[in-house]
Ligand binder design. Structure first.
Ligand SMILES: Cc1ncc(C[n+]2csc(CCOP(=O)(O)OP(=O)(O)O)c2C)c(N)n1
Ligand SMILES: [Mg+2]
Length: 749
């Protein structure tokens, strides 16, 4: 019966043969009764779910059919996992779900009709631009109407978000929130994926919250088919691992048995909903037809193993259940199977000719929509609220002394005041991270914020950056405005997929139907005197700059930090933007610019009635004319600004005028400002504290070339090195001497 691989034909024939051979039960159950003795699942529901299971199977067959003549582009199927229809049935349609890529039956069970489900899924398979969630950008299971949040292909990467979402669901509901008060979050994943760092982070965080008595209505579902591509999961490992997670309740069921799956899922979902506590449901499933269309599983699995899986085909199992209950005859099962198959094939034929995405503009449209006027308007609104109705609370929050009356502030003090003001006017804003609350941040930037706004809105998290970003991802998609902190730039890297793969892709893969606004505060960059070494002085932002759509802000002085932070928050609120606000640690407490005691790096804090006027749009630079501003353009940011201004002052004494450009935004780069200012002098000195290779300077040079700049350019950048401890750091970092030399070399031309 088996060829070299299990083909759609094999599976189809096996189903027909097995069903035809089912014995007549004699007895007959009513649809309203349990589908078998002791089951929660009724016959009527089982019949409905059988249709979803059939649709799922036929979607796999259709995907392979479309692939056979190069009209389908995705063949990872759900065959063997159709029991997950029972999970869908055990939930409320308003429970947000983040699904494993073998969840077609879940999707079909939630959809209004088989035809609807088939159309959505097959439009994804053929990359139709009319696909309702990703618009042909990827084959995902997602739907705004069905409360299915698309997941990426990165296994388990949705699980930290699922924890964040559950955490958010348990918080008091406000009108801005997406899901109702009784909702629970559900997330499914494979057995091999359960070993992934993101999965273990999520399981650990779920247990940590439970242990800390924080409510977390989360149902995790492991669909364990015993293998990940070609690597088997060790016998019993999943049960051993999943059943011993502290704080996470474990149940298991045969995922090939629809009634058993439904019953176990209903029981587990009931527990999660009632208790608002996390649980994992471990379903044993099989994988039929290999990992994906092109996978010849005979290369790594024995015929016996493959046959054993085929013997557990969930479709045949449900057919057996329904025939045994007298709800369908074997002939009726086959007729139903053929009818669903016919419907699915018809939809496949309809969608294969639909238009595909045409052109870059159409493709990128949902990536990171920007509406600068809306953002500016949002800032005006926020300022009006702060100055008007909120002015009494404001005075109280600032302990009777408003920051605008406190004299010039440092960068750290300014960020603290701006966060305070933002938390005051936006009740949906949350601030969290390691050491941000009780301690008020390693550098005191978030001091007193927890006292001012309470532990519900400002709180310390467990020490796991993946979970910190996962909380933001979940809270953001539920309608909150999270402001997570990553304690040091170097520690973003172990969690960066949560930003890159998850946060920055959500709008792209959902055509904007789901958004995860956030402003991630990151303390970073080098030049710290007191706290040396690479990890507290990481000077690379390359990993952030190439994430499409991500906003990267680097404020270098207090006067810009406040309006830039407001712009990030407003853009997150208005457009769902994912922003990284990179705070240069070495400038947090800097007071002076040219001479000790000059206090030139401090700035007074602006009262709300000035916020609108001093609004800094995303992607706009600030220009500092020095002397006649005619001889040289210095392009820089962050710590480079302070050094460049100092060098420029000395150059002015020597009769050379320069204009110092503080980029302020490293993504998107202020390309227009850059080219204009460079062209004004015809000489550009790039002062880039990041590394020569892969550093910001490369992007600046490219922007100049792209913008048609034809003058002279030089680049001062930090060495391609990690940062050593102590004074040796100066050897690899950009310093004022190098800037001065670079300036003179250019001026000599
Ligand atoms: C982080 C990550 N690493 C590798 C892959 C490639 N990959 C895709 S599916 C898969 C196996 C997953 O197995 P399992 O979790 O058991 O799910 P199954 O396919 O068996 O349902 C791998 C390695 C991936 N998508 N994501
Ligand atoms: Mg597997």
């Amino acid at each position: 019966m088996l060829g070299r691989v299990t083909t759609p034909q094999n599976l189809d024939e096996r189903f027909r043969d097995a069903v035809s051979a089912l014995p007549d039960p004699g007895a007959r159950r009513e649809p309203a009764d349990a589908v078998r003795d002791g089951a929660l699942l009724t016959g009527a529901r089982a019949l409905e779910l059988f249709d979803a299971q059939l649709a799922s199977r036929h979607l796999d067959l259709a995907a392979r059919w479309l692939r056979s003549f190069n009209e389908g582009f995705y063949t990872i199927g759900s065959s063997g996992h159709e029991g997950n229809a029972g999970v869908a049935a055990a939930l409320l349609p308003t429970d947000p779900a983040l699904l494993h890529y073998r969840s077609a039956a879940f999707f079909a069970a939630r959809a209004k009709s088989i035809a609807d489900a088939a159309r959505d899924v097959l439009r994804g398979v053929v990359a139709s631009a009319q696909e309702p969630i990703a618009g042909g950008r990827h084959k995902v299971f997602g739907s705004a109407d069905l409360n299915i949040i698309p997941t990426t292909s990165t296994v388990a990467s949705h699980l930290p978000r699922a924890v964040g979402l559950a955490w958010s669901l348990a918080r008091p509901r406000t009108s801005q929130r997406r899901w109702p008060a009784d909702a629970i979050a559900v997330a499914s994943f494979g057995d091999a994926s359960a070993n992934h760092a993101s999965a273990t982070a999520a399981l650990n965080a779920a247990g940590w919250f439970e242990h800390s008595s924080v409510r977390l209505p989360l149902l995790l579902v492991c669909e364990d088919n015993g293998i990940g591509v070609s690597v088997p999961s060790p016998d019993g490992w999943l049960a051993a691992m999943l059943s011993t997670r502290p704080g996470v309740r474990y149940t298991s069921a045969d995922g090939c048995d629809l009634a058993a799956t439904y019953d176990a899922a209903a029981e587990a979902a009931g527990f999660v909903r009632r208790e608002r506590r996390p649980a994992v449901l471990h379903l044993s499933t099989v994988r039929l037809m290999g990992h994906a269309g092109a996978d010849a599983e005979v290369a790594y699995r024995s015929t016996e193993e493959i046959n054993r899986d085929l013997g557990r085909d969930p479709l045949i199992a449900t057919a057996r259940l329904l025939v045994a209950a007298g709800l369908l005859t074997p002939d009726e099962v086959v007729t139903r199977y053929d009818e669903v198959g016919w419907q699915v094939r018809k939809v496949a034929e309809e969608v294969l000719g639909e238009p595909k995405l045409a052109g870059v503009a159409e493709i990128v449209a949902p990536l990171a929509p920007r509406r600068p006027l809306r953002v500016a308007h949002e800032i005006t609104e926020v300022a009006t609220r702060a100055a008007g109705p909120g002015s009494r609370e404001r005075l109280q929050a600032f302990d009777g002394k408003l920051p605008e009356q406190s004299g010039p502030l440092t960068l750290a003090q300014t960020i603290n005041a701006t966060l305070t003001d933002a938390l005051l006017v936006n009740p949906g804003m949350l601030l969290f991270g390691e050491d941000v609350a009780r301690k008020g941040g390693v550098y005191g930037v978030t001091k007193r914020l927890q006292e001012r706004f309470g532990a519900e809105r400002v709180f310390d998290t467990l020490l796991d950056e993946t979970t910190i970003l996962g909380l933001a991802l979940g809270a953001g998609v539920d309608g909150l405005l999270p402001v997570p902190e990553i304690q040091y730039l170097a520690y973003l890297h172990n969690a960066e997929d949560q930003l890159r793969g998850e946060a920055a892709t959500m709008s792209f893969f959902s055509s904007g139907a789901y958004k995860n606004p956030m402003v991630v505060r990151v303390a970073g960059l080098a030049y710290q005197q007191a706290f040396g070494g690479h990890f507290h002085n990481d000077n690379s932002v390359a990993v952030l700059r190439d994430v499409p759509g991500l906003v990267l802000a680097v404020p270098s002085r207090p006067a810009d930090a406040a309006p830039m932070l407001r712009s990030c928050l407003a853009s997150a609120a208005a457009d769902g933007s994912v922003c990284v606000f990179l705070e240069p640690i070495a400038l947090y407490h800097t007071r002076d610019l040219y001479e000790q005691g000059d206090n030139e790096w401090l700035s007074p804090y602006s009262p709300p009635n000035q916020w609108s006027g001093e609004h800094v749009p995303i992607g706009r630079a600030r220009i500092y004319p020095v002397g006649n501003a005619a001889d040289l353009t210095i392009v820089t940011f962050g710590n480079g600004l302070r050094m460049s201004l100092r060098v420029a002052a000395k150059l002015a004494e020597q009769g050379y005028g320069s204009r110092v450009v503080d980029l302020r935004w490293l993504s998107p780069l202020p390309a227009a400002d850059l080219v204009r200012e460079a062209s004004a002098t015809g000489r550009v000195l790039i002062v880039d504290e990041t590394r020569r290779s892969g550093g910001v300077g490369e992007g600046i040079l490219a922007a100049l070339v792209d913008g048609g700049f034809v003058g002279a350019a030089r680049r001062i950048a930090s060495a391609d090195s990690l940062i050593p401890l102590g004074p040796a750091a100066q050897q690899v970092l950009v310093g004022e001497d190098a800037i001065t030399q670079g300036a003179h070399a250019l001026l000599a031309r």
